[in-house]
Each structure stands twice: as C-alpha cells, then as structure tokens.
Design a protein around this ligand. Structure first.
Ligand code: CMP
Length: 139
C-alpha cells in the first residue's frame, strides 16, 4: 500500500534565486495539500543528521555546506501516491536529465544545487517529516 504523505525541502539555491513562490505554486497546482510548512535554516548538525545516509559519499562535505548556507522551506505534503507523484513532479536529481516542466528542470542549476528535495520512500517521508515537525505543527 502506498502512503499519502511526502516530505520536501525548497533548498538554499532556490530560496536565494527567489523561487519559493513559483515552486509552491507548482506543488499546489499538482494537487498536493500542504499539511505542515516552515521557513528555517539547517545547522551543520541538522544537515549531517538528515543526510547521514550519504556520509560516505565524496560529495557529503559539499552537500552539508550547501544545505546550511541559507534558509530552506520544509514541508509535509498530502496527496494520493504522494512519494511517487512528487518525485515525478520534481524530476531527476540531475537537472540536465530532468523532464521538461519538472521543478528541477525549471529551477535547479546543477546536480548538487538541485532546488528541491523529495523523500524517496514512505518510510523516509515519515522519518524526515518527524525530523522537522512536531505533531502539533502538522495539520
Ligand atoms: P537529494 O536527492 O535531495 O538528496 C541528496 C543530495 O545530494 C542531492 O539531492 C543533491 O543535492 C546532492 N548530490 C547528489 N549527487 C551529487 C553529486 N554528484 N555531487 C554533489 N551533490 C550531489
């Protein structure tokens, strides 16, 4: 059975480039309901914890620097088949390989600075959502 919630972040590059409004518009136009949202900045410890799965990757240091350099928007989104449908909406990790019309094709600048995060499974969506939000911040 597939779940109906996913977790996203609008990353520092997209915030710096003024794309928060356009990205939220794409998300809601695609039928996702925002059930939790905050404008915040990750500490180094937050980013190292959130991305612990990537800690052996050569780009880990670069990833932590990038994700902590400015504010992000974190959100939990609700829709049938949320994880899969949201990954289709954002497109491939590398914007050069992302399909036309996807959020990364429109707003990402590189594989490292790729504008948005989308959880890759129902299990990770729940873990990542709980990392950012308490129960009383989810509506
Ligand atoms: P995301 O898939 O949201 O989570 C892991 C992140 O690591 C990914 O987005 C990119 O921001 C980053 N990333 C993935 N591959 C590379 C790479 N080859 N070089 C630098 N950063 C990367």
């Amino acid at each position: 059975m597939t779940g109906n919630r996913t977790f996203t972040m609008i990353k520092p590059d997209a915030v710096e480039n003024g794309h928060i409004g356009a990205i939220l518009e794409k998300i809601t136009a695609a039928g996702f309901k925002i059930v939790a949202m905050k404008y915040t900045q990750l500490s180094r410890r937050d980013a190292e914890t959130f991305y612990a799965i990537h800690k052996e990757r050569p780009f880990f240091g670069e990833l932590v620097e990038f994700m902590t350099r400015g504010p992000i928007v974190a959100a939990i989104l609700e829709k049938d088949n949320a994880v899969e449908d949201f990954r289709a909406l954002i497109g491939a990790t590398n914007p050069e390989q992302a399909a036309e019309g996807t959020i990364r094709k429109l707003y990402a600048t590189s594989v490292a600075e790729n504008a948005v995060h989308g959880a890759d499974s129902d299990e990770n969506a729940a873990i990542e959502g709980a990392f950012h939000f308490s129960g009383r911040e989810i509506f």
